[in-house]
Design a protein around this ligand. Structure first.
Ligand code: UD1
Ligand code: CA
Length: 456
């Protein structure tokens, strides 16, 4: 295969979205929809990608970044005019040019692969993608002569009844011979009444030039329906979600009910993990093997090791080592890092804190801006009072420490290794290692050096 460039058309206003931001930035399965097209073009191996955006689409540039080249179509004068905006960027850069839309996230990579492959095998002036469908969806019709050769694409608005009856529709995705495209595109005539330049007229020009036109035909109309309004957006979301769920299941992940499991495209899940209903996995979440997630959990930008259990909990930007058990009703906030075997039970909250392996925190406690040593026991209702109204302060709890129920740890404060804090204490001063402290405010009472370690 020789080099090809891609043009992604995304200058349309998207008015039917009734949105204050560009249509192509609305996410589908967790990715701004434009990124699905960009990703496909990249995965196919496009040497350069030109994104045609509308005036004021800086937000699109910010989202997509420098993986593509940009050109601005000042006025929406049609798909032919939009494609022409990419000529300066792409001419001389590749043998062929793939044209696709930024609002068609459900188009499969495999379909584009077939299109590009056929084009490179046969080298016609243009290879177009068509779909067979009873519902015309307002698409242009593919017109063929009695021998089956394509002669034109006719837009619905100007079609005769015979042409309207045709079931083969133009999807708007093409692969062009680059030299021919850039030479002939300026010859596309203006079409009334809208005064637009139709890219579809390139097919007629190829026929005029006596050049072959090839077609790849698909039957799955959901691939090319495109998104114009929020109803379409929800439909695309469902299609992509089903695909993601299917691919995870085929890779060895159990989804008890795929219809109520929402997993974004960016998420990775290891085999033998079981995901229960009403579970949402978002962003850069990575889940290990043999975990149980949900029901009723939301997990975002979180890394989870193997054999973990998350039950009815909310996790954001957290890290779980192996064998961590959370819930029900746990909340991990950014920077929570739970070591191997940590258990965090009912109504616990952890933020910006490391809980070393084996620590138990069973009931309604808050640990923030803290470091807790291994095998510590945080009894019910323990609170790190980390905020003095102006600044945040750190709490350090040594390994094997026992923090009694209802303890307030007024940070900055350090509780030593194997220290014990009596229930209801307010700890305002550091407690040395292996020391028993209690009271309001808590005072060290005696050393515990010779005592055996007690359990929880
Ligand atoms: C186009 C095709 C039609 C095809 C349909 C499939 C033409 C003339 N018609 O129809 O045959 O069946 O797609 O969806 O090409 N865009 C720009 N600048 C413009 C106009 C459009 O960037 O000036 C972009 C839009 O953002 C959109 C894409 O091009 O992503 C298609 O535009 P749209 O108006 O939806 O095309 P249709 O006229 O519906
Ligand atoms: Ca359209």
């Amino acid at each position: 295969m020789t080099g090809f460039a891609a043009v992604i058309l995304a200058a349309g206003q998207g008015t039917r979205m009734k949105s204050s931001f560009p249509k192509v930035l609305h996410p589908v399965a967790g990715l701004p929809m434009i990124l699905w097209s960009v990703q496909n073009a990249r995965t196919l191996g496009a040497d350069s990608i030109a994104l045609v955006i509308g005036v004021g689409a800086e937000a699109v540039q910010q989202t997509v970044g420098d993986q593509v080249l940009y050109t601005v179509q000042q006025e929406q004068l049609g798909t032919g005019h939009a494609t022409l905006q990419a000529r300066e960027l792409l001419q001389g850069r590749a043998d062929s040019v793939l044209v696709l839309y930024g609002d068609m996230p459900t188009l499969r990579l495999e379909t584009l692969q077939r299109l590009v492959q056929l084009h490179h095998e046969r080298r016609p002036a243009v290879t177009l993608l068509s779909v067979l469908s009873d519902d015309s969806m307002g698409f242009g019709r593919v017109v063929r002569d009695p021998d089956g050769a394509v002669t034109a694409i006719v837009e619905e608005a100007v079609a005769t009844p015979e042409i309207l009856a045709l079931k083969e529709l133009n999807c708007g995705v093409y692969c062009f011979d680059a030299d021919w495209l850039w030479r002939r595109l300026p010859d596309v005539p203006m079409t009334q009444p809208k005064g637009e330049y139709y890219l579809t007229d390139m097919v007629g020009l190829a026929v005029q030039d006596g050049l072959p036109v090839e077609v790849v035909t698909i039957t799955d109309v959901t691939e090319v329906q495109g998104i114009n309004n929020r109803v379409h957006l929800a439909r695309a979301e469902r299609i992509m979600r089903e695909r993601i769920a299917e691919s995870l299941m085929l890779d060895g992940v159990t989804l008890i009910d795929p219809a109520t499991t929402y997993i974004e495209a960016t998420v990775r899940v290891g085999r033998d993990t079981v995901i229960y209903p009403n579970t949402v996995l978002r962003g850069q979440t990575v889940v290990g093997e043999a975990c149980e997630l949900g029901p009723n959990s939301v997990i975002q930008d979180t890394t989870i090791g193997d054999n973990c259990r998350v039950f009815a909990s909310v996790l954001e930007e957290a890290t779980l080592e192996n064998h961590v058990n959370i819930g029900p009703f746990g909340h991990l906030r950014p920077g929570a890092h739970l070591g191997e075997g940590v258990h965090m039970g009912n109504f616990g909250e952890v933020k910006n804190a490391y809980l070393a392996p084996g620590t138990k925190m069973g009931h309604f406690s808050y640990i923030g801006d803290a470091r807790v040593g291994a095998d510590a026991n945080i009894a019910a209702g323990t609170v790190t009072c980390n905020f003095d109204g102006v600044r945040k302060h750190r709490t350090v709890i040594g390994e094997g420490a026992f923090i009694g129920s209802g303890t307030m740890l007024v940070a900055p404060v350090t509780v030593g290794k194997r220290a014990k804090i009596g229930a209801g204490s307010v700890v305002t001063r550091d407690v040395p290692d292996a020391t028993l402290a209690y009271g309001v405010p808590a005072r060290s009472q005696r050393k515990l050096e010779d005592e055996e370690e007690s359990g929880g």
